[in-house]
Design a protein around this ligand. Structure first.
Ligand code: SAH
Length: 241
């Protein structure tokens, strides 16, 4: 079977013979922009059923239908890693969510901290960024982007078994030791451009699940820090290991 060049995220269940209607923007993209027509194939994933090759059976300007023919990839779930980050400027926040999806975070939590640059996020837009990132990086899983919550509230109700990788800028210059960290569910915590307040640092350091780490000899911007921490964790404990 020919290999599809275009990958699309859909909401519908995928399986042999399943018909999947295209949304108006998907139909526009496939049939107007990319000039696909009846008989062509696309790759579909929905975050649950792996990747499927589907054939176009109806191609109109504003609608279309494809039918699943063959599974090309099983569902590949990332390790149980959350990313908690404080939203910064819009383009950099978008970047963090995109990179979290590419780097294999299971769930993304925007959190409000004492020095958070922005308290509002468009959860739907951020979720769309995660979907786009999965479409382009060949992923079959899309991390859920949660609505913004207070960091303090999350720490108060923290799951007992989940370790916290606290990226603490006050440890700049210390070695970033990840060799001896335990296996299990984890969460990376990245602060905003203004860093963490003393109060937050105390709460994060004294939390029973916390493992404070340094990200090297330079202070990184929050978006760089998120990618660096994800890479370190994935290579020490995750699916790069
Ligand atoms: N304005 C702060 C820096 C904030 S950097 C200051 O000058 O101290 C944004 C976030 O990235 C930090 O809260 C931290 O979570 C992470 N970060 C950046 N560089 C780091 C480093 N060298 N070690 C650990 N965490 C770092």
């Amino acid at each position: 079977m020919e290999r599809a060049k275009i990958r699309l995220f859909v909401e519908q269940p995928l399986g042999q013979g399943n018909s999947v209607p295209m949304t108006q923007p998907q139909a526009n993209y496939l049939f107007n922009v990319m000039r696909l027509g009846v008989g062509d194939v696309v790759a579909l994933f929905n975050g649950q059923d792996g990747e499927w090759t589907a054939r176009v059976v109806d191609a109109a300007k504003r609608r279309g239908m494809v039918v699943c023919e063959q599974q090309t990839l099983p569902l590949q779930t990332p390790p149980d890693l959350w990313l908690l980050f404080a939203p910064i400027k819009k383009a950099r926040t978008d970047f963090i969510v995109e990179k979290a999806a590419e780097m294999g975070a299971a769930k993304v939590f925007p959190v409000q901290t004492d020095y958070t640059n922005s308290d509002r996020i468009r959860q739907d837009k951020l979720q769309a960024h995660a979907i786009e990132a999965a479409e382009q990086c060949g992923g079959t899983y899309v991390p859920e982007v949660a609505n913004i919550k207070k960091l303090s509230a999350m720490l108060d109700a923290w799951p007992e078994d989940r370790h916290l990788l606290f990226c603490d800028e006050s440890m700049v210059g210390e070695p970033s030791r990840l060799q001896d960290l335990p296996q299990g569910p984890w969460a990376i915590v990245i602060g905003p451009e203004g860093g963490f307040s003393d109060r937050e640092r105390d709460a994060l350091r004294s939390h029973p699940n916390s493992h404070p780490i340094s990200l090297g000899p330079r202070i990184l911007r929050a978006d760089t820090a998120a990618v660096a921490a994800l890479a370190l964790w994935q290579s020490a404990l995750g699916d790069w290991a």
